[in-house]
Design a protein around this ligand. Structure first.
Ligand SMILES: Nc1ncnc2c1ncn2[C@@H]1O[C@H](COP(=O)(O)OS(=O)(=O)O)[C@@H](OP(=O)(O)O)[C@H]1O
Ligand SMILES: Nc1ncnc2c1ncn2[C@@H]1O[C@H](COP(=O)(O)OP(=O)(O)O)[C@@H](O)[C@H]1O
Length: 218
């Protein structure tokens, strides 16, 4: 019998497809039961935008507001996730695709766990965001475009990365040497380049209330 093929990153792999010989286990506590116990539904709030557009700041502020209201919520932030789950990935198109695939799957688990999960990733490619959206039911994936022009983000340059990218010290930097495909029809487009944080938080909270994710009037 010949040995199963191996992948340098993931070890032994099967030629039969990942789901062969693996069954799905259903748990008796399901998403609906969790929503009933917690008093709110779960959702994925998918923040996307250029570096410096305000994804982390806005996701963190919205998360704090939800937490203060007693909701179960959690932020998955690109910088943090790349220190652990995705530390093997760089910034080529393929690496970003794999990054967003993993985050889509992790977000789906949070959704099932009854948590409002807020993801803050550049997620520059429409196809990758659409694949993450397709993992869950319509209405569960709320795409929030942090809309700030490149000039604004570069002017902020909160981490000094744009200066490095312009100097050629960082390759494939989004907006400079790698593309950003802005969402055409996001659930929400927040002008984070021109309004202040409090205004942006209010826009998101009012959308969530209108969608029944959080109680009305919050
Ligand atoms: N080449 C390149 N392009 C874009 N961003 C870069 C790059 N190299 C490092 N960084 C820093 O990594 C953060 C983006 O990671 P993400 O996981 O969100 O990227 S992606 O969704 O896979 O495109 C991003 O964080 P934010 O500034 O918070 O967006 C950067 O700080
Ligand atoms: N409306 C807004 N929403 C979010 N951030 C804002 C807003 N207005 C100004 N900012 C500022 O823009 C910067 C955004 O940085 P950051 O949140 O790290 O962006 P990103 O996570 O997209 O890289 C912060 O310094 C933040 O204070």
């Amino acid at each position: 019998m010949s040995a199963a093929p191996t992948n340098p990153t993931y070890g032994e792999v099967t030629t039969q497809g990942a789901s062969t010989n693996i069954a799905w286990h259903h748990t008796s506590v399901d998403r609906a039961a969790r929503a009933l116990q917690r008093g709110h539904r779960s959702a994925i709030l998918w923040f996307t935008g250029l570096s410096g557009s305000g994804k982390s700041t806005l996701a963190n502020a919205v998360n704090s507001a939800l937490f203060e209201q007693g909701l179960s919520c959690y932020v998955l932030d690109g910088d943090n996730i790349r220190h652990g789950l995705c530390k093997d990935l760089g910034f080529s198109d393929a690496a970003r695709e794999e990054n967003i695939r993993r985050i889509g799957e992790v977000s789906k688990l949070f959704l099932d766990a009854g948590v409002v999960v807020l993801t803050a990733f550049v997620s520059p490619f429409k196809a990758d965001r659409d694949k993450a959206r397709a993992l869950v039911d319509p209405g569960d994936f709320i795409e929030i475009h942090c809309a700030a022009d490149l000039e604004v983000c570069e002017g902020r340059d909160t981490k000094g990365l744009y200066a490095k990218a312009r100097a050629g010290e960082i390759k494939e930097f989004t907006g400079i040497s790698s593309p950003y495909e802005a969402p055409e029809q996001p659930e929400l487009r927040v002008p984070t380049g021109s309004q202040n944080l409090e205004e942006s938080v209010a826009v998101v909270l009012s959308y969530l209330a209108a969608q029944g994710v959080i109680p009305q009037g919050s």
